[in-house]
Design a protein around this ligand. Sequence first.
Ligand code: SF4
Length: 441
Amino acid sequence: MEKISMVSLGCPKNQVDAERMLATLKNAGYEIGAEEADADVIIINTCGFIEDAKKEAIENILEAASYKTEGRCKALIVTGCLAERYQNDVTEDIPEVDVCVGIGANGRIAEIVREAMDGNRQNRFAEKCDLDLNGDRILGGYPFSTYLKIADGCDNGCTYCAIPKIRGRMRSRSIEDCVAEAQKLANGGVKELIVVAQDTTDYGTDLYGRPMLVELLRALCKIDGLVWIRTLYTYPDRITDELLETIAAEEKLVPYLDIPIQHCNGEILKRMNRKGDQESLTALIEKIRAKIPGVVLRTTLITGFPGETEEQFAELDRFVAETRFDRLGCFAYSPEEETVAAEYPDQIPEQVRIDRAEHIMERQLTIAGEKNAERLDTNTVVLIEGWDDYIKCYFGRSPADAPEVDGKVFFLSDRPLVIGDFVTVHINDTLDYDLLGELKK
Ligand code: SF4
């Protein structure tokens, strides 16, 4: 049977889609997991929501295309958000691509590969809602930590964001389907479950008529084998007291919240079609920190949004300095075609957008280092992810570290340890984003 290589780019939600396609291909008898150079078919599962992501996708597609001329690759297939967003333009602009597959057609990937190998190079698109959110997965990453995608699409309509156009309206999976998958993952050895969607706090509104994240989290906490349950992509307006009290009360719910706020200035947020202002956000963050002692807060910001004045940027800079988020990512605004904000007349020059983002990240680097220094001479639980043969120590993550976006804990041990186990580490040194320590005796 043909060998398949899958390269998945972008966010965890896209990664889950790739894992489902791999399971479909494996169940159809294909050999998966091949290196690109050894593959008969290469699938690039793309991200496509901002300029940088599109560039990365095209670079990966062109690199894969080189294996068609030099390697054994017979078919190059592009899936994911870039494919969904640009459709036939992908194969018109990049003739090396044999088939472009929209997200609604992911479920037919095995048939598409078969036909591509037989010479049928027709692009495949379907309704976004045809994307099956359930089904088997071949997990990428660590076998003890993975994502649970509870919904796809988004109804929030932020004016800068192309995701609703790519992924459509929000579609929640049923609580039963989510719990069944989580149970299966736990039976398979998963200990850390990371709950994701475009907006996890809106989960269930379409299916149950009201947000049901709390009910879902409580149900997930009942699953034996799961140790850490972490929630990402919450929406500030939908953070309820009940959610905070549940996170504080349930031992398995990691005291970690990812709340992309994007900005703090009321006028800018309004033009983003988001609510709130510095006052309401400050009050929300104070409430979260009061209700969940020791909570780790991650956020995401956008600088250089159309019309952002020096004063409004200075306000954001002060807000970051005063709020002292534990984790923060900041992106320069990327005008995306077919979004409302891209049509706003008062666009900010690109270099100014980038300079502002870099300024915020420099400020956050200082804050991150200071916050890490506060953890000196303390103990923390660590989920062991591996052994670093170069610096001869183990590494892993504490409850304060989400995978792929946050720091690590590097630590020495006087005895062999098992990857995937939880241990207690005494922190005896700190870096800006990482911690150093040794296994607690
Ligand atoms: S919440 Fe806003 S930024 Fe996030 S996916 Fe939805 S529309 Fe995009």
